[in-house]
Design a protein around this ligand. Structure first.
Ligand code: F6R
Length: 229
């Protein structure tokens, strides 16, 4: 793993954007794996600035989101797809038809998960997968105890997340499940980039980089990957 330490969130966003820029310069039709959360906001802002100055071209890019809430349509304002659409897709020149996310309204979720994996393969596999990390070591919604061999599947949200959704959705029937790429899906990307900001993530990052490879810290599976930043 290549570990890059930067003094602040702004510098992290810039360094991460440089990696995206390099990727798109090398391969204009790259397949990118994208994530929600607060961590990538600086990166998405930098990419928007670069796109505005015509320094990065998303016109031939294909994207796959890491995860999506179950029970709401992709165009719901609180869907993870809407989040990435607002923070990135609407600010760069990517055709929306090239952007993909698991469908939280799929009737047959296991079948849909298989189809999502097949769509990633058909696109040629993910070139660069962006990841955040939770303080418990989760990546995507692969919480501790998730199989390191897991693929895209349905997972229940943690009670904390359900509580958060109750507040956000303003209903007592908020989303309780999510579809997430599995660990084995994630590590198939050619290059994985994990962003972590702030002291509260320091111990988790240390466990990911230097700790034992264990389902207790799902991100530790990335130690086996040949190209992680
Ligand atoms: C979000 C996701 C999560 C987050 C992680 C960190 O799509 O998959 O794994 O990346 O929870 O979240 P933030 O960036 O908000 O600290």
């Amino acid at each position: 793993m290549e570990v890059i330490i930067k003094p602040d969130a702004g510098a992290v966003g810039k360094a991460a954007a440089r990696i995206f820029e390099d990727q798109l310069e090398r391969k204009s039709n790259s397949v990118l794996g994208l994530t929600t959360g607060s961590t990538p906001l600086g990166l998405y802002g930098e990419l928007a600035t670069l796109a505005h100055a015509n320094l990065v071209d998303f016109s031939r890019v294909t994207t796959f989101n890491l995860d999506e809430l179950v029970g709401i349509p992709l165009d719901h304002p609180l869907s993870y797809y809407s989040y990435v659409r607002a923070k990135l897709f609407s600010r760069v020149n990517i055709p929306l038809v090239s952007t993909h996310a698991p469908n939280g309204l799929a009737r047959d979720i296991p079948k849909h998960c298989e189809e999502y994996e097949a769509a990633i393969k058909r696109a040629g596999g993910i070139d660069l997968q962006l990841l955040g990390i939770g303080t418990d070591g989760h990546i995507g919604f692969n919480e501790p105890s998730s199989s390191l061999n897991s693929r895209t599947r349905l997972k229940p949200l943690t009670p904390e997340m359900v509580e958060e959704n109750t507040r956000l959705f303003g209903t007592d029937k908020p989303p309780r499940y999510v579809i997430t790429m599995g660990i084995a899906t994630i590590v198939e990307a050619r290059h994985c980039m994990v962003l972590a900001l702030g002291e509260s993530k320091a111990r988790t990052v240390a466990a990911m980089v230097e700790g034992p490879i264990t389902a207790d810290c799902p991100a530790s599976a990335l130690q086996m990957h040949p190209h992680v930043t």
